[in-house]
Design a protein around this ligand. Structure first.
Ligand SMILES: [Mg+2]
Length: 167
């Protein structure tokens, strides 16, 4: 557990993460942020390429699980059902409690859990506090000024995060 604002590594998009990357880290559990990681705010269902990517993750024997701060239970459930994964809403990231409850509930050592998200101050910090492997992706769409501002504030930490070089 550590208070770090840099992720273990970064990719441009969720579907850019090679399954081999997850396997090379012994990943057993893939925790996924929803908004702007799986889909932009407002989109009702995952795009086909995301569904295919999550299927490949599942085929590799890795459990995928949505961990969202959203209060929109119906929206999150719709995505989870479409992707065939479990979910939790109101996760209160960056507080690690809910994330850690998911990890411990599935009997996975935290260092074998990978958390992918688009926000440093929630997803990355929360993953680091939970003892999971943090991966940052670019937000799919900065659809309002607040999101753009937050992205700008996160930029130094993104720059300090390395791209995966082990592939
Ligand atoms: Mg997000």
């Amino acid at each position: 557990m550590s208070f770090r604002l840099t992720a273990r590594c970064k990719f441009d998009a969720l579907t850019d993460i090679p399954i081999a990357f997850l396997e090379s880290r012994g990943c057993e559990l893939l925790l996924l942020d929803l908004d702007n990681t799986i889909a932009p705010y407002g989109e009702p269902l995952p795009r086909p390429e995301v569904t295919r990517w999550v299927q490949r993750v599942t085929d590799a024997g890795i459990t995928a699980h949505i961990v969202s701060n959203s209060r929109k239970t119906e929206r999150v459930k719709r995505f989870a059902d479409a992707l065939g994964v479990r979910y939790v809403v109101r996760a209160r990231k960056p507080f690690p409690v809910v994330m850690r409850t998911v990890i411990d509930g599935l009997n996975v050592p935290p260092q074998r859990a990978v958390m992918v998200g688009d926000q440093i101050f929630t997803d990355t910090l929360g993953a680091n506090l939970a003892g999971a492997v943090s991966v940052i992706v670019k937000p799919i769409r900065l659809s309002n000024a607040l999101l753009a501002l937050r992205y700008a504030a996160e930029s130094p930490f993104r720059l300090l995060t390395r791209k995966d070089t082990q592939q």
